[in-house]
Write a protein that binds this ligand. Structure first.
Ligand code: SF4
Ligand code: SF4
Length: 142
């Protein structure tokens, strides 16, 4: 299946992937207005920086996903290889936040958690990939 892959050698540390993810998951139509009015979503991708390198971290859609195994309500599941959240079943215990080895599940006001679902509901390339100005994030088979 296709996954998001990151090349830290090309990452500029601009954080545009976080902004594009926030906007794509906000359900809004205008990016500037979305951020000006505070309607953005919590980003499902995070740029880590240190020791002169930076790279974006998001869900790996693991073959053996610890988040799915540990979820106490079955709110997390694999659909066609994509690890998805059923918000209606999530009780906000944050076990998945603690067990994900990549820190890819984020607490989200009102949801209560969010994670990358590869923009499957939008279709096409994930927003973080299409918005990266230096092609440091790729969407490819692997
Ligand atoms: S949230 Fe974490 S454990 Fe779950 S599939 Fe993604 S990277 Fe793997
Ligand atoms: S926070 Fe929600 S999705 Fe995560 S383990 Fe708890 S019930 Fe499952």
């Amino acid at each position: 299946m296709k996954r998001v892959y990151v090349n830290e050698e090309w990452c500029l540390g601009c954080h545009l992937c976080e902004y594009n993810c926030s906007f794509a998951n906000s359900g809004e139509k205008d990016m500037a207005k979305t951020f000006l009015m505070g309607r953005q979503s919590v980003p499902r991708i995070t740029v880590e920086e240190g020791d002169g390198i930076c790279f974006a971290v998001s869900c790996r859609h693991c073959d053996e996903p610890l988040c799915v195994k540990s979820c106490i309500t079955g709110a997390l599941s694999k659909k066609d290889g994509v690890i998805c959240v059923d918000q209606s079943r999530c009780v906000g215990c944050f076990t998945c936040v603690l067990t994900c080895p990549f820190g890819a599940v984020v607490a989200n006001e009102g949801k209560p958690i969010s994670k990358c679902e590869l923009c499957v509901s939008r279709g096409g390339e994930p927003a973080c990939v299409s918005g990266c100005p230096n092609r440091a994030i790729e969407y490819k088979e692997g």
